[in-house]
Design a protein around this ligand. Structure first.
Ligand code: THU
Length: 159
């Protein structure tokens, strides 16, 4: 038997350790939580993307009474960015979330599996790693690539 260990580098930073561009992205992600439509879960998620032309695109989770018809903040933002700016790679993505108390989560918020899969697809599509920032009041996880959040993933090369 062989045993594989996959090491994933994750930086853990405080807000005052972010650079100006990262701080701007975080501000946008936090603001986007206020545009969430989440009357069922009362969990408000905001996503902010930085494109390679400097444009910031935001999204928030959009729920539906038929639950599976809703969409997460990350995919709302990514699908909009990829359809509005199809020629521009996504360079960074920041997410923040407020829980049922209305406060930002203490822990860095973690994207769901479907959103990770879409982020990975976006990296392949543009041949560009996406820097991921996951905000929590206790600190911010920073990863160099969406693939680091989904190390054993399905992609077009299998098809
Ligand atoms: N949600 C997101 O928007 N992003 C995630 O990565 C996790 C979950 C949303 C979906 C749903 O509207 C609410 O949070 C509770 O699951």
């Amino acid at each position: 038997m062989k045993h594989l260990n996959i090491d994933i580098p994750v930086d853990f930073k405080q807000e005052d350790e972010l650079d100006e561009q990262e701080r701007k992205l975080l501000t946008e992600a936090k603001e986007a939580t206020h545009r969430s439509y989440s009357p069922y879960s009362h969990f408000s998620v905001g996503a902010a993307l930085l494109l390679d032309n400097g444009t910031i695109v935001c999204g928030s989770n959009q729920e539906n009474s038929a639950f599976p018809s809703g969409l997460c903040a990350e995919r709302t933002a990514l699908f909009y960015a990829n359809s509005r700016y199809p020629d521009h790679a996504v360079k960074a993505l920041c997410i923040a979330a407020r829980d049922t108390s209305g406060q930002f989560t203490e822990r860095p918020v973690a994207p769901c599996g479907s959103c990770r899969q879409v982020m990975v697809e976006t990296e392949y599509r543009y041949q560009q790693n996406i820097r991921i920032l996951l905000y929590g009041q206790e600190g911010i996880y920073i990863l160099n690539s969406a693939r680091d959040m989904l190390p054993v993933h399905f992609d077009g090369s299998f098809l």
